[in-house]
Design a protein around this ligand. Structure first.
Ligand code: NAP
Length: 296
C-alpha cells in the first residue's frame, strides 16, 4: 500500500514494457518492509528533459536510466559521479535535497552501475578478484563500454573485439587518454589465439537476445574457438541461457548468465539510493523473482 510518505523510484527508457526492474526492486522494498515503490516510465527522447525536471518536482528519490537515454540524460543532471563521467553514461540517478532547509529543491546526481555490476557478478561467482585477469570482451556498445572501463579501472588486462572495428579503436584511444591504460583490440584473424590466452570471456553484444536466440558471437562451426574450461559470461539475460552459453557449457566452461549482472548492478543502485548493504540473501531473492518472470 502506498501513502503520502511513499518514496518513489523508477526507470526511464523507451521502449520499457519488458523491463524487469520493477519486479526486481519492489521485491526488495517488500522484503525490507520499506515504504517505497518502483515504477517503469516510458519516456521518449523529446520528453527526457521534462521527465528529469518532473522527477525533481515530484520529489522522486531515484531513477534508473536505460536505452536510449544513458548518454543523453547527462546534460540534464546536476552532478555526475567520477566513474560515470569517465564512462560517459549514466544508468542510475539519485535525487537529493539541495539544502537541508528545503525538501522541494532537489538535485540529480548521475552514476553508472553497469560496469561494477558485471565485475561483481564475476567475482562473486568465482570467489576471487578480477584484477590481473585477462578479460576478453565482445562488443563496443553502451554496456561493453561500462564493463571495459570498470575492468580497466579495476586493473584487469582487457582485450576487446567488435564487429565495427573503428568503434573498438576509438575506445582503446579513449581508455589510454582517460585512464592511461592499454587495452588490446583483437583482429578477427587472431581471435582464436587471443581467446585461448584469456581467463574470462564476456559477450557484451546484443547477439543472442530474444527474439534472435539462435545468434551467437561464436557460431556453431567455430565452437572450438571457445577454449575449454574457461569462465564465460553473457550479459544478455533474455534468454537466461543464450546460444553462446550453451556452446560454452559444451566446452566445459564455467558459465555466468546476464541475470547475475542485472541483479548486481541493481544491488549497487540500491546501495546508492538507500545506503544499505545488499547481502547474498537479498541478491538471491532478486535473482529468483527475475528468473521467475523470464521463465514465465
Ligand atoms: P548497444 O549499445 O546497442 O551495443 C550493441 C553491441 O552489439 C555493439 O557492440 C554491436 O556491434 C553489437 N552487435 C549488434 N548486432 C550485432 C551483430 N549482428 N553482429 C555482431 N555484433 C553485433 O547495446 P548495449 O546497451 O551495449 O546492450 C547490449 C546487450 O546487453 C543487450 O542485449 C542488453 O539487453 C544487454 N544488457 C544487459 C545488462 C545486464 O544487466 N545484464 C545491462 C545492460 C545491457 P557494432 O558496434 O558493430 O554495431
Amino acid at each position: 500500500m502506498t501513502d503520502s510518505k511513499t518514496k518513489i523510484f523508477g526507470i526511464i527508457g523507451h521502449p520499457i514494457r519488458h523491463s524487469l526492474s520493477p519486479v526486481m526492486y519492489n521485491v526488495v522494498f517488500k522484503e525490507k518492509n520499506l515504504n517505497n515503490v518502483y515504477i517503469a516510465f516510458d519516456v521518449d527522447k523529446k520528453n527526457l528533459k521534462r521527465s528529469i525536471e518532473g522527477a525533481k518536482a515530484l520529489n522522486f528519490c531515484g531513477l534508473n536510466v536505460t536505452i536510449p537515454h544513458k548518454i543523453s540524460v547527462i546534460k540534464y543532471l546536476d552532478r555526475i559521479n567520477g566513474e560515470a563521467k569517465l564512462i560517459n553514461a549514466v544508468n542510475t540517478i539519485k535525487f537529493i535535497c539541495k539544502n537541508n532547509d528545503d525538501e522541494n529543491e532537489r538535485m540529480a546526481i548521475g552514476y553508472n552501475t553497469d560496469g561494477i555490476g558485471a565485475i561483481k557478478a564475476i567475482e562473486k561467482n568465482l570467489n576471487e578478484r578480477t584484477a590481473g585477469k585477462k578479460i576478453f570482451i565482445f562488443g563496443a556498445g553502451g554496456a561493453a563500454r561500462a564493463i571495459i572501463f570498470f575492468a580497466s579501472i579495476n586493473n584487469a588486462d582487457v582485450l576487446m573485439y567488435n564487429r565495427t572495428k573503428e568503434k573498438a579503436v576509438l575506445m582503446q584511444k579513449e581508455i589510454k587518454e582517460k585512464l592511461n591504460k592499454e587495452i588490446k583490440v583483437v583482429k578477427k584473424i587472431t581471435l582464436k589465439d587471443e581467446l585461448k590466452d584469456s581467463d574470462i570471456i564476456i559477450n557484451a553484444t546484443s547477439l543472442g537476445m530474444f527474439p534472435d536466440v539462435d545468434k551467437s558471437v561464436i557460431n556453431e562451426n567455430n565452437i572450438s574457438c571457445i577454449p575449454k574450461g574457461k569462465v564465460v559470461m553473457d550479459i544478455v539475460y533474455n534468454p537466461i541461457e543464450t546460444k553462446f552459453l550453451k556452446f560454452a557449457k559444451k566446452r566445459n566452461c564455467k558459465v555466468i548468465d546476464g541475470v547475475d549482472m542485472l541483479v548486481y548492478q541493481g544491488a549497487e543502485a540500491l546501495k546508492i539510493w538507500l545506503n544499505i548493504e545488499v547481502d547474498e540473501n537479498l541478491i538471491n531473492i532478486m535473482k529468483n523473482v527475475v528468473v521467475k518472470v523470464l521463465k514465465g
